[in-house]
Ligand binder design. Structure first.
Ligand code: SF4
Length: 457
């Protein structure tokens, strides 16, 4: 079972697989290095990025993330401004503080190499870290894979298929949606209640509830920043942030979203505010990834603003249900755009939000499963083709569409009785196979689709 607190992680934008994951990998390498070298002096580091990490790593700030991790920074604790200052210092002094303690010469231009023509077999998001002593002899080397949503495995864990890093044995065991529904039915629980009981195996109930409130708090803070920060997003595309102007316009037209006729305008706004903040390198909660981080917060805000009786308990139910659904994709398919295209990011977020909204609107477990299935069914085949390798076009608007589709999917499922032709497990399997068959051009490499038809200026 994947915990809500593993799926929803606070980190820096713009990408969970290309920013948060590499930062965690670099941090892990510093610890591995300290363990392996035991006093041997490291004088040089060499970092190689492969596959999708190399091809879109520039636009996704992978090199920055690597340097931050090597300096001992953790994604959940690093403030964006602090990160900017550290990177500037490394660039100007050509020195990096390894693990936050040992100064070492480091030139980002030559010590981080992007080798996009090489792919390692386990996963396209691969990176190798090597350390050398004063004689130029290699004293440690390690490969890590960023497998989506900020999850990282090293070369040993990859061999052991350590994709799910569980916090402990769950109370209710399930491997797919069918088993989840059966377990919930047997225990007489909703999906959220079952998920809560599983979370309480390793934490107190009070801690779990406070943790869920904290996740929503971080999501709100991110959205709030996005609503107010104006200007251009980083990168050659010079994309202007649209959320602040849209927010002003909507407030003038209708100051209270609760009585707004144009609910979809607000949902668009909330999703885009989060993803513009993500694109700028701000603090974001993976849901299930950074690139798809706007869908869930926008649909939660839809619930809070437009559904009578909505409350904080409902938000917890929403997050727990969404996490249960997201965990099924993580376990049985992928949440990595580099592995299965955008169906694994915005598609999965749409499915999670659809099921979760159905839950807080009073849906049965069968209707929740139906909503999650609809949410993915119409995202099957969606490619990942970020223009300029930046998480901006089509990513920002795509989150707005993911949120809108999630609301439609939930409403459609609630009109039925939960009986339907295609199961969630079947659509997850289809998504996995579609991703496997998809050309690598459309899997976060910026080598196909919009990425090659839009000219960077
Ligand atoms: S197109 Fe989708 S999967 Fe690709 S970077 Fe954008 S949000 Fe992520």
């Amino acid at each position: 079972m994947l915990s809500s607190f593993e799926l929803f992680k606070v980190g820096l934008g713009p990408s969970s697989s290309h920013t948060t994951g590499p930062m965690k990998a670099a941090l892990r390498f510093t610890r591995y290095l300290a363990d392996q070298t035991r006093g041997q002096k490291v004088t040089k580091l060499d970092v190689r990025l492969y596959g999708s990490l190399a091809l879109t790593g520039g636009g996704h700030h992978t090199d920055r993330a690597i340097m931050l991790g090597l300096c001992g920074q953790k994604p959940q604790d690093t403030e964006p401004e602090e990160a900017d200052a550290l990177i500037e210092r490394i660039a100007s002094t050509k020195t990096l503080s390894l693990g936050g303690q040992i100064p070492i010469k480091f030139d980002p231009e030559t010590d981080i190499r992007f080798e996009g023509e090489t792919s390692l077999p386990f996963h396209t998001n691969a990176m190798r870290f090597s350390a050398f002593d004063g004689q130029g002899d290699m004293i440690a080397s390690r490969i890590y894979y960023s497998i989506g949503g900020g999850f990282v495995v090293d070369e040993d864990e990859a061999g052991r298929n350590a994709r799910d890093v569980s916090n402990g044995p769950p109370k209710h065991v399930y491997a797919n949606a069918k088993e989840l529904l059966a377990a919930a039915d047997k225990a007489g629980l909703s999906i959220a209640q079952l998920m809560l009981e599983n979370e309480c195996v390793t934490r107190s109930r009070a801690d779990v509830l406070a943790g869920l409130d904290g996740i929503w708090g971080h999501m709100q803070a991110c959205m709030e920043h996005g609503l107010h920060r104006e200007g251009l997003l980083p990168g050659a595309l010079r994309v202007r942030r649209r959320a602040p102007a849209l927010y002003t316009k909507l407030k003038v037209q209708n100051p209270d979203p609760k009585v707004s006729c144009e609910r979809s305008d607000w949902v668009n706004l909330w999703a885009m505010a989060v993803n513009e903040e993500n694109a700028s390198g701000g603090r974001v909660v993976t849901a299930p990834t950074n690139g798809a981080a706007g869908v869930l917060p926008a649909v939660i805000n839809y619930y809070l603003h437009f559904v009578g009786g909505a409350d904080a308990a409902g938000v917890r139910t929403f997050l727990l249900t969404a996490a249960a659904i997201g965990g099924l994709y993580k376990r049985n398919a992928s949440i990595s755009g580099a592995e299965v295209g955008c169906q694994g990011e915005v598609g999965v977020a749409c499915s999670m939000a659809a099921g979760a909204l159905a839950a807080v609107l009073g849906g049965t477990n069968a209707q929740i499963e139906n909503a999650a299935e609809i949410g993915m069914e119409h995202n099957l085949g969606m490619t990942c083709d970020p223009v300029g390798g930046l998480v901006q076009i089509p990513c920002i608007e795509r989150n707005a569409f993911g949120a809108a589709m999630a609301i439609q999917a939930a409403r459609l499922a609630l009109l039925g009785d939960g009986k339907h032709s295609i199961s969630l497990d079947e659509v997850i399997k289809t998504m996995r196979e579609t991703g496997r068959d998809m050309s690598t051009k459309y899997k976060e490499t910026a080598q196909g689709g919009l990425a090659v038809n839009i000219v960077e200026c």
